[in-house]
Design a protein around this ligand. Structure first.
Ligand SMILES: [Zn+2]
Length: 271
């Protein structure tokens, strides 16, 4: 799950929930609340004042209460009641609204979570995050400052939501490093000011494009449709056979257990 995808979902949830009251919550998979200090039943009788997104977290603002939803790998929301047994079994929780509407969170793989926060409690999933790529704070100088002494490779550094920026996942980090012409295996501490500038700029370009087209979100949703999943044609390097810049065959390597696509000609490690 990537930041643009979460923003897309948060926007849809804001339209659906804002101004309405949660009259009941049914937790069908208790593991969804594994990180929450308080039972999710606390959401009952809370009015939703808005929904926003930070990084990959979707925040239900029921001021002075807050609930933070993380969709994990592939959880999603549906306003339609499950039509068959398999679909019903994937529901991790559902909420009922004062309007009579219902909302179902489906999480087949179980990586998603919801945390409830009492008034005045620090909303740690948000407060611990690094800035988003569009925040004024995310500059090449900020990047270098955070990169100082970091022996980690640049791809996991960009994926770490607390390190330098938040909201990036495996797909867009591959696209960003390709656009910036930086090897995903480059040591973070070896990044120069010019390279940091290219990474910051590329991150804004790729994420703006994703926000505009909804690429990744559409791909996820499309998987459930008969002719879905074709949106990967929008990518330049991720899951591509050929580099969109030089035409050479791409390389797919394992890096910290994740698949990493790159072009060994356009993203040389020594650069
Ligand atoms: Zn290339």
């Amino acid at each position: 799950m990537e930041g643009p995808e979460c923003r897309f979902i948060a926007k849809a949830l804001a339209e659906k929930l804002t101004g309405k009251t949660i009259v009941d919550i049914f937790v069908r998979k208790p593991s969804a609340a594994r990180y929450s200090k308080h039972p999710l039943t606390n959401l009952k009788d809370k009015k939703v004042r808005g929904v926003f997104c930070k990084g990959k977290n979707i925040v239900l603002n029921c001021e002075p209460y807050f609930a933070v939803v993380h969709l994990g790998m592939s959880a999603y929301f549906s306003a339609k009641a499950p039509q068959n047994d398999k679909w019903f079994k994937s529901v991790s929780f559902s909420i009922a609204l004062n309007t009579g509407e219902q909302l179902f969170c489906h999480d087949e793989r179980g990586f998603g979570s919801v945390r409830f926060f009492m008034p005045g409690e620090e909303i740690t999933p948000i407060s611990e995050l690094a800035p988003e790529v569009f925040d004024a704070e995310f500059t090449p100088e900020f990047f270098l400052n955070k990169a100082k002494g970091q022996k980690t490779e640049v791809k996991p550094f960009l994926l770490n939501q607390k390190a330098v920026c938040c909201g990036l996942g495996n797909i867009y980090v591959a696209e960003i490093l390709w656009l910036a012409g930086i090897s995903p295996f480059k040591k973070t501490c070896d990044i120069t000011l010019d390279q940091a500038s290219r990474i910051c700029e590329s991150a804004r370009v790729i994420i703006a494009q994703a926000d505009y087209t909804g690429t990744s979100a559409i791909q996820t949703i499309a998987k459930n449709l008969p002719r879905g999943g074709g949106m990967s044609s929008c990518f330049s390097i991720y899951q591509k056979d050929r580099c969109a810049n030089c035409g050479a065959a791409t390389t797919c390597a394992r890096q910290n257990g994740r698949a990493t696509w790159y072009c060994s000609f356009c993203q040389k490690e020594g650069w």
